[in-house]
Design a protein around this ligand. Structure first.
Ligand code: 6GU
Length: 231
């Protein structure tokens, strides 16, 4: 699967050269490519933004550099789903990440800076996505969050596909159960006895109860009439 990002800061994407996503890139399972919007800037100063019509503070991304940058990427890589990164977009969640992961050959993520995009840019994309209800100064980190969330669902990216099925949200709106490793006692806190016993039916039941209890306490909105409440 291919991930393309149009950005004024292509060097930011190098964070994806580390870890799981970096290894997946080296193995050729996914590709991540940054495209410098400045290459499409206007005039001697390679301008990409301008003052808003009607006045007001801040600068707005001009549509032409974004349009030519997108045209160039789409001409070389046809079929990408075009996504505008904006706090006004639909909220990224695990179902949306899964849906995006099904899009072949991949995604073109458009990251802006400044106060926002010229409204006409919206007509050039397929979707608008936000990663949460807070404001970032640019869409780069948000685009990287989308790539991270989607790429790890691509077959062959994760070493152990079972960990996908077990993690939070994977099975449908329940947080993960508490996990422990060695030592058995740390600063007076003991590992729950049931986990040391080796009774796997008992362990499964304990994990289910703890996962549900934790979800109800921390994220009550996540449980949508799935089963009875924990006690
Ligand atoms: Cl996609 N962009 C910006 N600038 N801020 C955000 C965001 C995106 N998602 C949440 N906050």
């Amino acid at each position: 699967m291919e991930f393309h990002v149009i950005t004024l800061f292509p060097e930011m994407l190098s964070a994806l050269d580390a870890g799981l996503i970096g290894r997946a890139q080296k193995r050729g399972v996914i590709t991540v490519r940054a495209h410098n919007l400045r290459d499409h800037g206007l005039g001697n100063y390679r301008q990409v933004d301008d003052a808003p019509y009607g006045g007001g503070s801040g600068m707005v991304m001009r549509p032409e550099p974004l349009a030519t940058a997108m045209d160039e990427v789409m001409a070389r890589h046809p079929g990408l789903l075009r996504i505008l990164m904006t706090p006004q977009g639909e909220l990224l969640d695990q179902p949306l990440a899964r849906e995006l992961g099904g899009h072949q050959p991949g995604l073109l993520l458009v990251a802006g800076r400044y106060e926002g995009f010229d409204e006409r840019v919206r007509s050039m994309v397929d979707r608008e996505i936000s990663i949460g209800d807070y404001v970032l100064s640019g869409g780069e980190l948000a685009a990287m969050v989308v790539i991270e969330a989607v790429a790890r669902l691509v077959p062959g990216v994760l070493g152990n596909p079972e960990s996908l099925a077990e993690e939070s949200f994977g099975t449908g709106g329940v947080l993960e159960y508490p996990q422990y490793t060695r030592p058995e006692e740390f600063r007076g806190m003991r590992v729950p006895e049931v986990l040391l016993g080796g009774d796997h039916a008992k362990i499964r039941a304990w994990r289910e109860i703890e996962a549900r209890r934790r979800t109800e306490r921390r994220r009550p909105g996540l449980i949508r009439s799935r089963g009875k409440p924990a006690t």
